[in-house]
Design a protein around this ligand. Sequence first.
Ligand code: GLC
Length: 830
Amino acid sequence: MESITPNEEPVNNKLVESENIVETENIVEEEEEFHHLNNPADGIKPIIKKYLGTPNHADQLGNKFFFTDGDAKVEVVVVTDLIIRVRLAPHGVFLDEFSYAVPKLEHKAAEFTLFEDENEFRVATKSINCHIRKQDFFISFSDSNSRVTSTDAVPMHWEENVKFGGYYVFCTKTCHTDESFFGLGDKPTEFNLRGKRLKNWNTDAYSFQWNQDPLYRSIPFYISVNEGVAHGIFFDNTFKAQFDFGAEDTTKTSFWADGGELQYYYIHGPHMMDVVKSYHTLTGTHPMPPLWALGYHQCRWSYYPESKVKKITRGFRENKIPCDGIYLDIDYMDGYRCFTWNRKYFPDPKKMISELAADGFKTVVIIDPGIRVDDNYEVFKQGKENRYFCRRSDDYFMEGHVWPGRCQFPDFTNPEVRTWWGGLFDELVQMGVAGVWNDMNEPAVFGAGTFPDDVRHQYDGFRGSHRKAHNVYGMQMVRSTYEGLRNIMKNKRPFTITRAGYSGVQRFSSVWTGDNVASWEHLKIGNIQCQRLSVSGIPFCGTDIGGFSGEPDGELFTRWIQMGTFSPFMRAHSAGDTKEREPWSFGEPYTAINRKFIELRYRLIPYLYSTFWEHHRYGFPILRPIVMHEQDVKLNHYRQDEFTYGDKILVCPVMEPGQTKRNVYLPKGKWFNFWTYEILEGGKEVTVPTPLETMPVFVKAGSVIPEYPVMQYVGQHEIEEVKLNIYYTDYEVNSFLFEDYGETFAYEQDIYLEKKFVVNGNSRELSIQQSMEGLYTPRYEGYHINVIGLPFKPGKIIADGKVVSDFIVNPDGTVELKFSKNFKRIEILR
Ligand code: GLC
């Protein structure tokens, strides 16, 4: 539907309608004549966009408000104080309430009232208003200071989609001169989407390029920032959808879909962070990952046979480069049949997996949706017998070619199929598999790209063609995988990773950005994609480190490892036709630098894990772009290189070959250079040297950054003490540390510990207070405290009222001491 121009003005509705009536009358006469000749070419009623007329009536049913122009109906639902949902039914009949993205629309006891005056209806919560203008059905939103944040530029509209026998549905809003747009998942383009038109249709995009659209995921959620105020729009429609952010007409923002319901959530800020958090209250957050999944993962298409896998894992231990995850790509299977093993390459998988586990490696296996048509293959037989595969509309099973050859595909939108599929993992789990990688689930089909539109889906009882189910197929696949694993692994956290997804996929899986390329440009694309996924509700994301296709040189690979150290998910992966790609493959100095950064990754695991908790529990993203810190500074809307990892560590990957220095923007406040401890004033750009062995990393003054000792894998040794790096501040700063078992679901029963540190200081003293809440007791006894940046030489240290005589002042000014993990207050005095 590229030709659609969503931003047409609503020519006077009344007039169009009256003309239509005249035309209809003519047609009626002419139809009599032409009807049997099957040639209605003359006088055919033109397809035109229909716009809402004037609202003449309002009804209320609890927190739902209905407005109608006599034919079409609009529903306005108060979801929370800050979230309002709008739906359009062109002929007054709404679809059943069902969404894969929003599993349960909870109506959090919001206060709301309907007001009416001569100009408008207004649904008001404590914090926002939804205005329905009587003159033309324009819908707009304002905050409690009467500041209008979003306005229709034309009324909601629809247009007959003859190929579908339904409607295209459209919403067009005013786009302000200074408005910026963020979100929409994995788009490989500038971070700020202003001026772009983008499409959502999950697509297998091997070696994708800058600006290529669409890619693997469909996240119909964007955030607008205008004059320092943010709001979000979540267009929960799974059909092929498009977004236009002032591309066609700089004064308009539109979103539309090839079918389905025009249904969107207005999510108020005023801060971008509020919008993202509210979006998570609708679509859910990522469960706590197993701790090991925060380590380094090594992947390749493919490591086989067993001796090769062992050679790689041995390589990590011999080179003393930490690693937790080892992946088996498609070649571990028998003829690419899912849930089977190639016994020539892997004669005893259970033994191999347990040996790998004994050496600290978790085995992750790939599972694709295409099931080989083969009556001697158990999975196919079961699927066939139970009619679990997707059917075409003419009622034969849909077939397509993928890695195994001719395949049929489970209908993951059927709950019974999901349960069956989930159960298939039993044997893999018994063999010791710790994680599953779902790939090709856009779904990808060789030649055609994906399924034909007419394929039928059960859609959890709500029925749909592939037009409607396409964008959720991958998400339902990984949901089924995750739920199955969770069921089988009982109280152990499974690890899952998926390529395709729709809003809400974060409840079930991590993601990677797909088949990227070993180029400097792709390092930049990956950086933007991870930040974008993070603000789009997908926190646990990463890129194929090194680039999937093509050959990186040592420098590019090392720069990518550096960026990956600060990606929520860290995995190197490469295509089978490339050279070996392990962290030691490029020789020195690269190996040593890669080791140093992977070790840093492991040191920072408790920090990352605590940030993950902030995500899981409170809906904060893990990566936070600069604009999220300072959205009122317009220039920041265009910054896309630097970001923070959690809220305390700022990182700027080096993305040019041979770069020896670069500018980095630091948000307001004081920052410490992570490597040199130099203190810098933020609110401006600073020039930072970037020799290969380092990259720009800064820590916010006042932070407490917890560190684990470097291990070759998570849990290699019992942790004897946790290091706390405390950065001096002269204003109060809070930090958090989350601790629990790291691999069970006990946290769902509140078995965890949340620690809060409050740091404050002046030219004579620095104080650190600790408070804790929760039922978990870590096994280590003490902290190794490292105080950085004291502006004075410490004369006395008092911990919980007692003088500590045992402390060291290092030549670089840092002060080290050891103390009980249960301290309440430490004071360092001049
Ligand atoms: C797809 C995946 C890639 C994988 C390959 C073989 O291209 O994106 O990661 O290695 O298939 O399974």
